[in-house]
Design a binder for this molecule. Structure first.
Ligand SMILES: [Zn+2]
Ligand SMILES: [Zn+2]
Length: 458
């Protein structure tokens, strides 16, 4: 049956859209018909091939390869954005598949596009009021897909790592900065739409979003290369909505391209646990040639610890791990080549050059100080910690240093991803389907995750 005849079978709104395309740009009529033809054949093929995934819902998301095929039509002879979007809409309504409606060249009819995105709905986990995770404080909501601002990307979220900081946000150990809030700051997704000023990304690109969402760019910290300390900084999943959702927006300048050798699930924990571990290693003040043979202590062995040990060992260090969980964390530390493994408060058999405390337990600070040699540094890797008990001056005398780590710079993120890919780091993950966000947080709270927890799209 010809394309024209098949078209007759479709709903009136398809004709309205076709009419709009022709009205706006009559010479694109033939191209539009070809797009429709392609869409119809795509749908027929999808139905007829055994084992192919049928559309789940009328607004099912288009896969990247198919999107690429479709974009091929548009790239052969660029259209203006408005017409391209209308053709995407035709494609979408014929196939029942949701497509990205934003073109990279900017311009076009912004209101029209925002309207389309607003008409699209997404599922998201929202926090109204912080509460213990056992009370399951996240609620599954349906809301409009966010529209990217001119310097932002809209991402379809494929995976979102679950971090201890999410627990601190959800349980209220960090103050409420936005309500309701979508948590999650280790987002791996595909670009579904681009703001009009974004030039260096394309629809379908795989990118990562981390905790540092945006900085002011003009304060003394930002100008001195210490943007992690910017007092106007925004944070993903705390001051702005994060990745426990089907879609998320993020400033293009603060997203990361992800090395190909990590799949989505593997990449997610790198975006906070990994980057923060990397910055902690930097702040031990051990220089490049001091790593070989250095003795490093790690207190707590969750998502960050299990990536950090891999970096430290690749640099030539011996790693001493103190953690209370024997069944999972101590076993994983041994598996990843720890020189020695003990309980949280145990004293390693030798004096250490530096230590990192990932556990949010202030009582570990004097314990760790006792175990390092003169001139050594104890780095506190968490955003929240229980009160630190008082201790004898002798524990810190001898030019020992205690310092915290606050966020990360984009340089940290990029340098870490390069180093992680070159080793390569292997993340151990436990995945939770999207609808189990509360269960994942409970599991993290109970220390029952081996490696890192990751929420994956249904
Ligand atoms: Zn700043
Ligand atoms: Zn985090």
């Amino acid at each position: 049956m010809s394309c024209e005849l098949l078209l007759l079978k479709h709903r009136l709104n398809n004709f309205l859209v076709l009419g709009l395309v022709c009205w706006r740009s009559p010479h694109n009529f033939n191209r539009t018909v070809r797009v429709m033809d392609h869409a119809i054949r795509y749908r027929a093929q999808k139905k007829s091939i055994p084992g192919t995934k049928p559309a789940r819902t009328p607004d099912d998301e288009i896969g990247v390869p198919s999107l690429g095929l479709f974009d091929d039509y548009l790239s052969r002879r660029p259209l203006n954005d408005f017409t391209a979007d209308l053709q995407r809409l035709v494609f979408s309504s014929l196939t029942g598949i949701r497509v990205a409606l934003w073109n990279s060249s900017g311009g076009g009819n912004h209101d029209f596009r925002s309207g389309i995105l607003k008409a699209m709905k997404m599922k998201a986990w929202t926090l109204d009021t912080p509460a213990p995770v056992t009370e399951r404080p996240l609620h599954l909501s349906e809301m409009p897909v966010p529209s990217p601002a001119e310097d932002e990307l809209l991402l379809r979220v494929d995976a979102c790592g679950i971090c201890r900081t999410d627990l601190h946000v959800v349980e209220g150990e960090l103050p409420v900065r936005r309500s309701p809030l979508i948590p999650g700051h280790q987002i791996v997704g595909r670009v579904a739409a681009l703001g009009s000023l974004v030039a260096d990304f394309a629809i379908g690109d795989r990118v990562g979003v981390a905790w540092l969402n945006r900085t002011c760019g003009v304060c003394e910290f930002c100008l001195a290369g210490r943007e992690n300390l910017c007092e106007q900084a925004m944070f993903t999943g705390w001051t702005v909505d994060g990745g426990y959702a089907e879609y998320a927006v993020a400033p293009a300048a603060f997203t990361y391209r992800l090395p190909d050798n990590f799949d989505d699930t593997q990449a997610a924990p790198l975006l906070c646990a990994g980057i923060i571990g990397y910055r902690c290693l930097r702040l031990t003040r051990l220089s490049e040639n001091e790593w070989k043979g250095a003795r490093l202590g790690l207190y707590g062995f969750g998502a960050a610890g299990h990536v950090c040990i891999q970096l430290a060992r690749a640099r030539g260090a011996e790693v001493y791990v103190c953690t209370r969980d024997r069944e999972r964390h101590q076993a994983l530390a041994r598996e990843l080549g720890a020189t020695w493994v003990g309980d949280a408060q145990d004293e390693p058999p030798v004096k250490l050059h530096a230590s990192i405390i990932f556990a949010p337990a202030g009582e570990l600070v004097p314990v760790a100080l006792k175990a390092i040699r003169r001139g050594g540094t104890v780095v506190l890797g968490g955003i929240h910690m229980s009160p630190i008990p008082s201790f004898d001056y002798s524990l810190i005398y001898g030019e020992r240093v205690v310092r915290s780590v606050a966020n990360n710079t984009r340089d940290d993120g990029r340098a870490f991803l390069l180093e992680a890919a070159s080793i390569p780091v292997r993340t151990h993950t436990q995945t939770f389907p999207f609808h189990q966000a509360n269960d994942a947080l409970i599991a993290l709270k109970n220390d029952s995750i081996r490696g890192a927890a990751v929420l994956v799209a249904d």
